[in-house]
Write a protein that binds this ligand. Structure first.
Ligand code: NAD
Ligand code: WQD
Length: 353
């Protein structure tokens, strides 16, 4: 842990991973500032962050593509590092709306880096993704595996990593950590923050959660004829609180003078769709009706991380298993509709003037 209390700016701070990272950083003693445009989150998250951290969140509503708005956050205060979460993340939508994805994800990264540079802040943690491995040739997947993008969303992550590498080559003062997340799931154990999918969930666990809650009649299992032990797709599911701790470790590395890195964040263990369904049924005590459906286009059979580099260079290891991921997801699912704070938002401190 660093000795002073460094200030860290989170972009996309009210989203799923940003909100959990905010709590982890506040608990680790960092001063946290947040920026979000609420394009995929809600101001109600700020009320819950206040409850979890015991502090009024320092927050500004802003789009990271808007340099003038970011300027107001940087001016008048020292920011030691940025964690850049802000991005659009739906793979299917990115194929239908490539311009929106390139503009938001790459435009937002470029603007953030430019404003950081203008203010002498050159420490960045970037939300990358295991999607940059495309269809993996070997398992587990190590960071030096071949890279490819199969959709515009994945392309924004590949190009985002490249932009940061070019920046580091051009100016040795720039240091960044690109974190390649595998499949983040679960929620904070309090049940106060979690993933809030808009409309039909794209990802497995939020969909299973809604089936368990009776909000959807059944889960479609996309393919049971993959070359995996039970025929269903295998992924490396990772508890979002472990993932948040990975960001604390990456920031600690950068602020202690560590070098630029690219690191997988995963458990190193794969679970099939059927294993997830069974674990969720156990955690929730509910039945999860399933229908076998055709494979989803673009899906790979199996994908899990070689997570050894994260252990070696960041001292980070995932602690939570599939049962805890499902249990915490379920607690979030059953409590979220009953909270009063979605109607009754408390005031928060705004940074900048
Ligand atoms: P999320 O949608 O819950 O959070 C992203 C947040 O960024 C949202 O609150 C949204 O309102 C905000 N945002 C988007 N564009 C913005 C802009 N231009 N200006 C300001 N705010 C903006 O997503 P998440 O799951 O928390 O993902 C965070 C990051 O991690 C993203 O970069 C995503 O691509 C990456 N990632 C996510 C996963 C996953 O499965 N959740 C996996 C790998 C990588
Ligand atoms: C997991 C498994 C599906 C839904 C995606 C993005 C990736 C990353 C994380 C951001 C697969 C199966 C799913 C359903 C199912 N995001 N499934 N029924 O595809 O590994 O990754 O999210 O970077 O870029 O592509 O995750 O949760 O969608 O799917 O059978 O209703 O569950 O086929 O085997 P995926 P997922």
């Amino acid at each position: 842990m660093v000795s002073a209390a460094p200030t860290v700016l989170l972009t996309g701070a009210c989203g799923y991973i940003g909100s959990h990272t905010w709590v982890a950083l506040a608990q680790a003693g960092y001063r946290v500032l947040g920026v979000d445009d609420f394009s995929n989150s809600s101001p109600a998250v700020l009320t819950r962050l206040q409850r979890l951290t015991g502090q009024a969140p320092a927050f500004k509503q802003a789009n990271v593509c808007n340099a003038a708005a970011l300027e107001t956050v940087f001016s008048g205060q020292r920011i030691d590092a940025v964690v850049h979460f802000a991005a659009l993340k739906a793979v299917g939508e990115s194929t239908a709306q490539p311009l929106a994805y390139y503009a938001n994800n790459l435009g937002g990264l470029l603007t953030t880096c430019r404003v950081m540079q203008a203010h002498g802040c050159r420490r960045l943690v970037f939300s990358s993704s295991a999607t940059v491995y495309g269809a993996p040739q070997h398992l587990p997947i190590a960071e030096d595996a071949p890279l490819s993008a199969t959709n515009p969303y994945g392309q924004t992550k590949l190009v985002g990593e490249t932009i940061l590498q070019d920046l580091a080559r051009a100016d040795a003062a720039w240091r960044h950590v690109s974190l390649r997340y595998f499949n983040p799931v679960g929620a904070h154990e309090s049940g106060l923050i979690g993933e809030e999918p808009r409309g039909t969930p794209n990802n497995l666990m939020p969909y299973v959660a809604q089936v368990a809650a009776g909000l959807r009649p059944y889960l479609q299992i996309f393919g049971n004829d993959y070359p995996t032990p039970d025929g269903t797709g295998v992924r490396d599911y990772l508890h979002v609180v472990d993932l948040a701790q990975g960001h604390v470790a990456a920031l600690c590395h950068l602020l202690d003078g560590g070098d630029t890195l690219t690191v997988n964040l995963g458990t190193g263990r794969g679970s099939s769709v059927l294993e997830v369904v069974n674990a969720y049924a156990k955690a929730s005590g509910r039945e999860i009706p399933c229908h076998i459906a055709p494979r989803r286009p673009g899906d790979v059979a199996a994908c899990w991380a070689d997570a050894s580099r994260a252990g070696e260079v960041l001292g980070w290891r995932a602690q939570r298993g599939l049962g805890e991921m499902c249990g915490d997801s379920w607690r979030w699912q059953i409590t979220r509709d009953h909270r009063a704070d979605t109607q009754n938002q408390s005031a928060v401190l705004f940074t900048g003037r």
